[in-house]
Design a protein around this ligand. Structure first.
Ligand SMILES: Cc1cc2nc3c(=O)[nH]c(=O)nc-3n(C[C@H](O)[C@H](O)[C@H](O)COP(=O)(O)OP(=O)(O)OC[C@H]3O[C@@H](n4cnc5c(N)ncnc54)[C@H](O)[C@@H]3O)c2cc1C
Length: 508
């Protein structure tokens, strides 16, 4: 290949106003907002895969589905008309409709892997170098603004801990992220390592056809059991309310309920856990034993709650199709694994549901004025812009609320910003710490006691810094940002246009 950062003569060079990186749910939503709110802007989406969907295309394990409801995981501009929890296939269908209904397809360049992004303050342009996978040619795009929608994890290299003895194992080992739908697990003994959202999805699906499933977890997870339906949506449909109104009202209802839930998790975590247990008992019976496999060590909501439609994982346990084991994996063996307490678990197939490798900005090398960008030396502005890196925004969604809520919100923000720059006649925007921030303590991206998914903790030192003031952190709080972000004063001191502070640029 040898394409990354090389001096190869580009096969073609295209200029657009905006390059959107990635055709996942963020990239497609951002394209919609750009077309809608900045119709004069030209743009291209560069996507390394040969199709859209991102996360929903990468993951192909049995049962793959959302654990957010689609009324809020769907975009605000496109009503969701199905059951709240959706399969990957349904999400892809929904995204495809958005692409088709809005003429987005013609802007997407599939099979374009971005290998370098360089900004020059002299030309105020990004030079985005990609390798076109069809012919391995280097292709160059220039743009004024780079809208990063590349997600947060490495789609090709999932996180597999280095366990001893893996080479001895004679069965089939696969990470859930790399699951091939052709693998036949009918009548087989399956071991799933892990207990997060992926394990919660895959285990009930395996349990339907496998001889038996074992779940080996280091520590338990919280589950939220419920029917996969929204009564308000069903009722509104029954009485003939139109779908756009249902979408708006049900979104509002869900966001209100989630806000209450988040507050309660912080204020009365024990009471919330008791309620979660009550929901489990509805499906698994009054005698269901929560100790030791279903009593987590962390505070409820410090990690995403795993959704469990109709209590499926608990029903599998009660019916004897699933055996949970809470222990650490000591070594792989020829027939399976041995745990630290000496238990031997035999399996024909071992599925690692062990999570992701964080990928900061798609692992793309970035430069500004010829100098490599070290993201860990930048300070983030509300988790979307970064000091020292002009004309760029990253869509990093929410983990507690649906990711896509932030796609819509930042879509409005970017379009306002671009329109504001046009109105001012400026070419470059960057964020910078203000005088009042001079002594501000710089901290890791996120407070580990607030929210601590393992992939983020493993990669925290690569992430941009956080300041102690609200402007300089991604607070992961949709409800607060819903009021704050639309009201950001784009002429406040932290915005620098064409090298001058907003007020000075205004006067010029
Ligand atoms: C199995 C699973 C289930 C999830 N369920 C939920 C849920 O229910 N609710 C929720 O809120 N969140 C959920 N998440 C989090 C989820 O990742 C986000 O909600 C969302 O789908 C991310 O969308 P995205 O478009 O930002 O990123 P991604 O889906 O990661 O898409 C990024 C795209 O950018 C492309 N790309 C990356 N690097 C490059 C490059 N160098 N050049 C060109 N293209 C590039 C990738 O190929 C990919 O298509 C889930 C995550 C997983 C893994």
């Amino acid at each position: 290949m040898g394409a990354a950062g090389t001096q190869a003569i580009p096969a073609s060079e295209t200029h657009v106003d905006v390059v959107i990186v990635g055709a996942g749910i963020s990239g497609i939503g951002s394209a919609y907002h750009l077309q809608d709110q900045c119709p004069e802007k030209s743009y291209a989406i560069l996507e390394m895969k040969d199709t859209f969907g991102g996360t929903w295309e990468t993951h192909k394990y049995p049962g793959v589905r959302s654990d957010s409801d689609l009324y809020t995981f769907g975009y605000r501009f496109k009503p969701w008309v199905g059951a709240p929890i959706a399969s990957a296939e349904e999400i892809l269908k929904y995204m495809n409709e958005v692409i088709e209904e809005n003429g987005i397809a013609q802007h997407i360049n599939y099979g374009h892997r971005i290998v370098n992004c360089a900004f020059s303050r002299e030309s105020n342009l990004w030079t985005v170098t990609a390798v076109r996978q069809s012919d391995n040619q280097t292709v160059v795009f220039t743009c004024n603004f780079l809208w990063m929608c590349q997600g947060y994890y490495d789609h090709e290299n999932p996180y597999v801990p280095e366990w001893p003895g893996m080479d001895q194992y004679k069965g089939q080992f696969v990470h859930a992220q790399l699951w091939d739908p052709n693998i036949d697990y009918t009548g087989k003994k399956v071991l799933v390592i892990g207990s997060g959202a992926t394990a919660a999805t895959v285990i009930p699906a395996f349990a339907e056809k496998a001889e038996h499933v074992t779940m080996l977890q280091r520590s338990p997870t919280y589950f939220f059991c419920s029917e996969n339906k929204n009564e308000l949506a069903d009722r509104l449909r029954e009485i003939g309310i139109d779908e756009p109104t249902i979408h708006r009202v049900v979104r509002a209802q869900i966001m209100y309920d989630q806000d209450m839930m988040t507050r309660r998790c912080q204020e009365e975590p024990d009471a919330v856990f008791e309620e979660l247990k009550m929901l489990v008992r509805m499906y698994a019976g009054e005698d269901f034993q929560f100790e030791p496999h279903f009593t987590p060590k962390y505070r409820v909501w410090q990690q995403r709650l795993a959704f469990c439609p109709e209590g499926d994982i608990f029903r599998a346990a009660v019916e004897g199709k699933l055996t949970p084991v809470t222990d650490t994996l000591e070594t792989f063996t020829e027939k399976g694994v041995r745990t630290s307490s000496g238990e031997e678990i035999e399996a024909d197939i071992i599925v690692a549901a062990t999570g992701f490798n964080l990928s900061v900005m798609g692992n793309i090398p970035f430069e500004v004025d010829g100098e490599a960008v070290d993201w860990s030396k930048t300070v983030n502005y509300r988790g979307m812009m970064f000091t020292g890196v002009p004309n760029l925004l990253w869509v990093m969604g929410y983990f507690r609320a649906s990711w896509t809520l932030r796609v819509d919100m930042l879509g409005d923000f970017v379009c306002n910003l671009l329109n504001h720059m046009d109105a001012k006649g400026v070419q470059r925007v960057e964020v910078a710490l203000r005088k009042e921030d001079a002594d501000m303590e710089l901290l890791p991206w996120i407070e580990s006691d607030n929210f601590n998914p393992s992939y983020l903790m493993r990669g925290l030192d690569q992430m941009p810094r956080r300041g102690s003031k609200p402007e300089w952190r991604h607070n992961q709080d949709y409800w607060r940002e819903r009021d704050e972000i639309p009201n950001i004063n784009l002429d406040s001191e932290e915005f620098i246009y064409d090298g001058k502070q907003a007020s000075a640029a205004n006067a010029a």
